[in-house]
Design a protein around this ligand. Structure first.
Ligand code: ADP
Length: 304
């Protein structure tokens, strides 16, 4: 059974009279990197603020580490970077980390040098954070969040506005957090393409509605190029594919359609073999989408 360290069920949130989250449910398993993906204004920050205890939901339930009790104790095992990292611009990277160390009560001062190395800011010396590039600020913010060794990190759009190099650096850092230190990550973005390589799971949200929770494998299968095939007899079709055409990489969808993931250039031969074996073909064409198109279709647009 998956060990879900974050679980929200039926979450609703209204600001004044306007409901901006409608019955949102999602889970994040321990050690996973879950991408919360949705256009601007779709409710990602609101969900994260509820997790952080900055807002109360109007309705619904939040569980952290398997319990809805003592959420503040659970939150002490987590770090949040929501909207902007809270960095003191007049202080150096080291001073900012020192400040967080006091604030979070982390005993070992050596952790500061460790973090400066991890986030690639060891050579910034006395340089003030307000002179840092956006990428450096994001890495410092992540370093500050990582300092107390959290079990879960919640990161709101950490790659937003970064140049391609900065995006790669932040992604590598997050991957390392998961792989080397087993940190569970919930990360938001309005662009699926920015996180498609990084995340193990995706929750797609649009207009405050959770559209879909799916794993990376499921997403790739849905977006993979394939031949979509419907006939008057799906079982017999599967047998013909295997026995006569030696096609084994296929999936039967809801008992009515077959998606074939091999021999994509062989569509005429497949068609002829099926009809020669007495099958009536009602659909046969090549389909597939890139990840971003799939997301745009589901979420209905990049921005409000
Ligand atoms: P996202 O993070 O996906 O961009 P948000 O959670 O920030 O989305 O916003 C979701 C909706 O809630 C938007 O329509 C936004 O205008 C509204 N909203 C966010 N914060 C507030 C607030 N403090 N008061 C009123 N409305 C808000």
């Amino acid at each position: 059974m998956t060990d879900n360290v974050i679980s929200v069920r039926g979450l609703c949130k209204s600001y004044k009279k306007t409901e901006v989250l409608h019955n949102v449910s999602l889970q994040v398993g321990r050690g996973r990197i879950c991408g919360l993906i949705g256009p601007n204004g779709s409710g990602k920050t609101t969900i994260m603020k509820i997790m952080a205890g900055l807002f109360f939901p109007t309705k619904g339930e939040l569980e952290l580490f398997g319990s809805s009790e003592n959420l503040d104790n659970s939150r002490a095992r987590m770090s949040f970077m929501i909207e902007q990292p809270i960095i003191a611009g007049s202080m150096s990277a080291r001073e900012n980390l020192q400040y967080i160390r006091y604030l979070r009560g982390y005993p070992d001062e050596r952790r500061i040098d460790e973090i400066l190395d991890i986030v690639g800011l060891a050579s910034t010396g006395k340089k003030r954070a307000n002179k840092f590039s956006l990428g450096m600020k994001q890495r410092l913010g992540i370093g500050m969040a990582l300092l107390p060794k959290p079990e879960i990190m919640v990161l709101d759009e950490p790659v937003n506005g970064l140049d391609p190099e900065g995006i790669v650096e932040v992604r590598q850092l997050i991957k390392r957090m998961q792989e080397e230190w087993g940190v569970t990550v919930l990360i938001s973005s309005h662009l699926l393409s920015e996180l498609s390589e990084l995340c193990t799971d995706f929750s797609i949200i649009s207009h405050g509605n959770l559209i879909e929770n799916l794993s990376r494998e499921e997403l790739l299968v849905r977006c993979r190029n394939h031949i979509a095939l419907r006939t008057d007899d799906i079982n017999k079709t599967a047998a013909v594919l295997e026995d006569k055409l030696s096609i084994h990489d296929y999936k039967v969808i809801h008992g009515e359609e077959i998606q074939i993931f091999e021999r994509l250039g062989d569509i005429h031969h497949i068609s002829k073999t099926l009809t020669d074996n007495g099958l009536v073909i009602t659909k046969l064409n090549e389909e597939g989408q890139n990840l971003e198109d799939y997301y745009l279709e589901k979420a209905g647009g990049r921005n409000e």
